[in-house]
Write a protein that binds this ligand. Structure first.
Ligand SMILES: [Zn+2]
Length: 103
């Protein structure tokens, strides 16, 4: 009787451990997109405090910017200051709001 109960407990425990391990492995995986230009930092989805509808992706290490519908590679993208000037804005790093890492 005691043995049966012990074995049943073992099975339960092993199942739980496996489930937890697979969950933590999924959350631990860095699903962040590394900047194709500098490969030093993750690319972040950002928007501007002064223009919340204006979304784009940006690397804070080298100031690379990709527009929302733009493919992200080392052949594409622009720079934050250029992007702001092309929009008729003054480049202001304090105006950037980080939304989350690009996956
Ligand atoms: Zn970069």
């Amino acid at each position: 009787m005691t043995n049966v109960r012990f074995q049943a407990g073992c099975h339960c425990q092993r199942f739980d451990v496996n489930t937890e391990r697979s969950l933590s492995r999924n959350t631990r995986l860095p699903e962040m997109k590394l900047c194709p230009h500098c490969e030093q930092d993750a690319v972040w989805r950002v928007r501007l405090h002064s223009a919340p509808d204006l979304h784009f992706s940006m690397c804070f290490e080298c100031d690379s910017v990709w527009l929302e519908d733009q493919e992200m590679s080392d052949q594409t993208g622009t720079r934050f200051d250029k992007h702001m000037l092309s929009l008729g804005r003054v480049p202001d790093w304090k105006d950037i709001e980080k939304l989350g890492p690009v996956k």
